[in-house]
Design a binder for this molecule. Structure first.
Ligand code: GCU
Length: 677
């Protein structure tokens, strides 16, 4: 693995320049956070920061509220307020001397505080008037690895699994595995991620076998110092398929017993095990409904087994029984009647949109609607529907749009962020999940810029009100260069990249036009005999001579009614529905007059073309950045931008030429013409 890639955003090459800031460190050397700081300092500057005590000017004081060096500062109340994972970073002046203090209530918070300090040193935000107080927006900030036990990764575009690579052929864990897991843990800790689900939601029952649990134990022990808990995805029929029982009915006493024993076995090996992630009765997987039970019965049975150990259940709401109704409505229909029926250590994991991680979807109407059950957002970091690791798409803007979406569940300002982080509903458990884009590739994520999505997920999970501009700024400065001539153009490219992708793939609320199966290119014409209708693009775009779009208004599937007022009214009327969602909620004639004054067909053409032109600008933009980046990373990104621009043309031409047979209108002559091969 290339050194360059391994460093991710943890390069810290400006520490040297900043080192005169501190005369030394005043801290208990045995603390993990202190060791971590010293180690990074040594790695990057070649020397250890000297340990000092007493009133020496410019010292860095690091410690928890129980430590002597912190006790004397009189900030105890403030530290307690920040909770176990929070911290403060302050400049304190005493007798003409200035100290920089990183302090927390607990060692967990200290680690995050130290990383925050390193970050501001690297990005140039450090100064001598600091007054920072932080605590996380969510208590569980977890990556979902869709890693299979044979080392492959579902929807993974960055090589094989970092966890299960030796499972089948090489049963032993090597030093290389261990150092990789540590680097992974360090990167996560540096952005505040505190949980990892180690296996695919499409879970094999084998995951819970002793052989694999021993590996989980080994992984957990590398992640633990970095405050990362491990979780596992489970297969609901494990009692039958692994345990040999006749049933996996969640109300059957033997089944309950089986789970209780299995959970005990897990906690014997991993005392701080986090809990289970469950995909049940979804896409053909087993679940409680196979036995006439509900999602609540299934989740509660597992929750009862985990409760004595402090574990939680993250139960997914990604359910859509074929043919029942508009797919976008199904999760709401199944879960709303169960609101309030779940144990307090269950949280429902809901994808950001009602369908499936499309380039753009409105938020899932479950957010804000389930008031008595905590919900956790699930976003996809891996770019299943966004060009895999070939396209540069900074997903932070998509997640920001989602988190800032107003559900109106409690009046104006009831954003998704506030409905899930405990602000609106006083829930005990808060969480957020991101489907990881990490693999064995030298640069971890396939595309250099895909690292920014891992970074952004962690930062937003920590602080769900951060702006994408701030996140991009931090990431660029840490990963590449702080030179404004580089930072500004690259940042604007990142901030524009998701919209560009929506433009060249699925503008104006179109969705699911992807090639069947692999989801890379366009295939709006796809028709697979005998396949589920709701896996076919035609189910979603409905293009005909009459028009295009999915009618989810009150003249159609009525999906709009799952939203609160005034959203439902706004979405319901094509004249008030935002353009970005218009074909999501409406089937419209080709000559429908858009807000721009153009007819729908022309608007579609111009928007596809705009996406293509944006990718061409990205190429030029990056070429100008050459002198700021090492040749290896420069060329990698340049090559992928070339693929992206090529794919953008492919998308535009494929979709426009396909839809043109229905619109029967010309493609405007002032846009880039389709390439006929
Ligand atoms: C998508 C994806 C699947 C995945 C599923 C899920 O449909 O294509 O690979 O299993 O989401 O989130 O469970």
């Amino acid at each position: 693995n290339a050194e360059n890639g391994h460093q991710l955003w943890l390069r810290f090459d400006r520490l040297e320049a900043e080192s005169p800031v501190f005369s030394g460190i005043n801290a208990d050397k045995s603390k993990f956070a202190v060791k971590e700081f010293q180690q990074i300092w040594k790695e990057k500057t070649g020397k250890l920061l000297p340990v000092v005590s007493g009133q020496i000017d410019n010292q860095l004081i690091v410690g928890t509220r129980k430590d002597k060096n912190i006790l004397s500062l009189g900030i105890d109340k403030e530290l307690v307020r920040q909770g176990k994972e929070g911290y403060v970073i302050k400049t304190i002046s005493k007798q003409n001397k200035t100290f920089t203090v990183v302090a927390s209530a607990d060692e967990k918070g200290l680690l995050y505080g130290v990383y925050h300090l390193l970050r501001i040193l690297q990005t140039g935000e450090f100064n001598k008037a600091l007054n920072i107080s932080e605590k996380p927006s969510y208590s569980v900030r977890v990556l979902n690895h869709w890693d299979n036990l044979d080392g492959t990764i579902e929807r993974g575009y960055a090589g094989r699994s970092i966890f299960w690579r030796y499972s089948e052929e090489h049963p032993t864990i090597t030093d290389k595995d261990i150092s990789l897991w540590r680097e992974y843990a360090r990167a996560n800790a540096s952005i505040g991620i505190n949980g990892s689900v180690l296996n695919n939601v499409n879970a094999s029952p084998k995951m819970l076998s002793e052989e694999y649990l021993l590996k989980v134990k080994a992984i957990a022990s590398e992640l633990r110092p970095y405050n990362i808990k491990v979780y596992l995805s489970i297969n609901f029929s494990s009692p039958t398929n692994l345990g040999g029982l006749k049933t996996s009915d969640p109300l059957n006493p033997e089944v309950k017993m089986w789970w209780a024993k299995k959970v005990n076995e897990i906690y014997k090996l991993i005392p701080d095990f986090g809990g289970f992630l469950v995909k049940a009765n979804s896409e053909g997987l087993p679940g409680p409904q196979d036995f006439g039970r509900t999602h609540a019965d299934g989740a509660n049975m597992l929750a009862d087994a985990l409760k004595p150990h402090g574990g939680i259940v993250m139960w997914r709401a990604f359910v859509y029984d074929a043919g029942k109704d508009d797919r976008a409505k199904l999760a709401y229909k199944e879960f709303m009647p169960l609101d309030g029926q779940f144990r307090d250590n269950v949280i429902i994991q809901v994808k950001n949109g009602p369908i499936d991680f499309q380039p753009r979807e409105p938020f899932s109407p479950l957010f804000g609607a389930m008031k008595k059950t905590p919900l956790m957002p699930e976003v996809q970091i891996t770019q299943e529907y966004l060009g895999f690791s070939n396209h540069l798409v900074f997903l932070s803007t998509m997640w920001e749009e989602f988190l800032e979406s107003d559900t109106y569940c409690n009046g104006k300002g009831s954003t998704v962020a506030k409905t899930t982080d405990g602000t609106i509903f006083k829930q005990k458990l808060t969480a957020i999940a991101g489907v990881a884009n990490i693999g064995l590739d030298a640069n971890w994520c396939g595309h250099q810029f895909a690292q920014a999505n891992w970074y952004a997920f962690g930062r937003l999970a920590w602080n769900n009100s951060l702006t994408s501009a701030k996140i991009a700024d931090e990431w660029i400065k840490q990963t590449f260069s702080s030179d404004a001539k580089f930072v500004e153009p690259v940042k604007s490219m990142m901030l524009e990249s998701r919209e560009a992708t929506v433009n060249y793939m699925m503008p104006l609320g179109l969705h699911h036009l992807f090639a069947y199966g692999h989801h890379y290119g366009p295939e709006p014409w796809c028709d697979v005999a005998g396949a589920r209708q709701d896996w076919m693009p035609k189910y979603y775009h409905n293009a005909s001579v009459k028009g295009i779009g999915f009618d989810r208004s009150t003249t159609g599937s009525n999906a709009v009614l799952q939203y609160f007022s005034p959203l439902k009214e706004d979405f319901n009327d094509a004249n008030t529905c935002p353009d970005k969602y218009i074909l999501w909620f409406h089937f419209l004639p080709w000559d429908f007059k858009m807000k721009s004054g153009r007819i729908l067909w022309d608007e579609l053409c111009y928007t596809y073309d705009k996406g293509v032109q944006q990718t061409r600008e990205f190429q030029k933009n990056w070429d100008k950045a050459e002198r700021f980046v090492d040749p290896e990373r420069f060329t990698q990104v340049q090559n992928r931008l070339r693929i992206q621009a090529h794919d953008a043309v492919w998308w535009k031409d494929a979709c426009l030429l396909y839809f043109q047979q229905f619109s029967k209108r010309p493609i405007p002559y002032d846009i880039e013409r389709p390439v006929y091969k």
